[in-house]
Design a protein around this ligand. Structure first.
Ligand SMILES: [Zn+2]
Length: 402
């Protein structure tokens, strides 16, 4: 008899366990955050007197992740790295795109050349820099691609050190932009109030890692490793705790404002203080490192165009793959994408998707197909001739202002 009861009891337990297992999708994580600790392995990032950027970034990223994992059961945390290893920039974006993440937060630490002092945090969204200082930050962070062997091919001729290359970031206006700025503002607000850091503002610049992700994305600069007292703070338990709590709070705040998430309805408009969010500045700073408030970038002053007419305007397309043979329209490698076109270059068939004289439109389309074609990049043609894409963007800009 006893044995029978025990058997029944066992069965009940088994069924309950199975039911819970089957029911688990109901409580599945509905929000994925990718935490990207910048640099790693043989790429140390900026180097201070007592520490390296890669280690600060990792400590803070892991601490943010821990807070999310411990306190938010509906948030899935994906790390681009959890240890001291090198990951190329495109690899970081791939991880986020594959995970179909809702947010991408890249964590970095700033530095200035010898003799220059600055203190405080900055959060960047993708866009065209307004100041040389912001361009310098993007150039420094992008220059890590130079240690990737195939960077010329992979980043379509992008030269991180040439200011010319950054023109491609001028027209970025997609739906992610607004959300990215919202998260960036929230992070800066938290740095100011929770961590009591000097707020150097929300800024825009052309970061390749943000360009390659297909979801709202920001890049955080936690502080200046080149400023001795700030470096000590960045390496202290207090510093790591304050900064990680700030980012954690901001992610939660962002998530709460998303439509369809639990507890709160439609995203509320940002409080007035944000729209005039003038960063406070260190009075001791040199003028070079002064912060400038930035919002959604607007096109710069029109450049008078010469004989260009829209009839021979460059056409932008997205190159998705290269093959040594011609592909059938139902080839698996095309992943169902249609219609596609190809052109032949260097004996190879190069397949493209989409075509428009509107760079913005092609830019948005590229974002949509990144999950399928992680290396998709924009190229340009005039007539049937392939042309330099930077030149094409320049002309697009000129035509726009006619
Ligand atoms: Zn960095």
């Amino acid at each position: 008899m006893h044995k029978r009861i025990r058997n029944i009891w066992k069965r009940i337990c088994c069924w309950t366990g199975l039911c819970l297992l089957l029911a688990s999708p109901l409580t599945a994580k509905d929000f994925t955050v990718v935490l990207d600790a910048g640099h790693g392995g043989h790429d140390a990032g900026a180097v201070g007197r007592i520490s390296k950027e890669k280690n600060i970034n990792l400590k803070v990223a892991l601490a943010v992740g821990r807070l999310l994992e411990q306190n938010c059961r509906d948030v899935e945390v994906v790390y681009t790295r959890k240890t001291d290893k090198f990951i190329p920039l495109h690899g970081r974006a791939d991880i986020a795109n594959r995970a179909q993440a809702d947010l991408f937060v890249s964590i970095h630490t700033n530095s200035l050349p010898k003799g220059k002092i600055a203190r405080g945090t900055e959060t960047y969204t993708l866009g065209l820099h307004r100041t040389k200082e912001n361009l310098a930050v993007a150039q420094k962070e992008n220059s890590v691609i130079l240690i990737e062997s195939d960077y010329k091919q992979r980043y379509a001729g992008f030269n991180p050190n040439s200011a010319e290359s950054y023109i491609m970031f001028e027209f970025i206006q997609d739906k992610n932009m607004k959300q990215s700025v919202r998260l960036a503002q929230s992070i800066q607000r938290q740095f100011r109030t929770t961590a009591r850091r000097n707020d150097r503002g929300v800024r825009q610049a052309g970061f390749l890692v943000l360009h390659a992700t297909s979801m709202p994305s920001v890049l955080v600069e936690l502080g200046y490793i080149s400023t001795p007292d700030e470096e000590r703070y960045l390496n202290s338990a207090q510093g790591v705790s304050d900064l990680s709590r700030s980012i954690y709070n901001a992610i939660l705040d962002y998530k709460r404002r998303q439509p369809g998430t639990s507890g709160v309805g439609e995203p509320a408009d940002l409080p007035a203080e944000d729209s005039n969010n003038l960063p406070t500045e260190d009075v001791s700073e040199e003028s070079e490192s002064r912060a400038e408030p930035e919002k959604t970038p607007e096109p710069t002053a029109p450049v008078p165009s010469q004989s260009q007419t829209t009839a021979d305007a460059p056409v932008f397309k997205i190159q998705i793959l290269t093959s040594s043979t011609r592909l059938k329209t139902n080839d698996r490698r095309l992943k169902g994408l249609a219609p596609v076109e190809y052109y032949v270059e260097g004996g190879l068939y190069k397949y493209t998707y989409g075509a428009s004289t509107d760079y913005n439109e092609v830019y948005r389309t590229r974002k949509q197909i990144l999950a399928k074609f992680k290396d998709a990049f924009i190229i340009a043609f005039r007539g049937n001739e392939k042309m330099n894409v930077q030149q094409a963007i320049k002309e697009f800009k000129q035509n726009k202002h006619k």
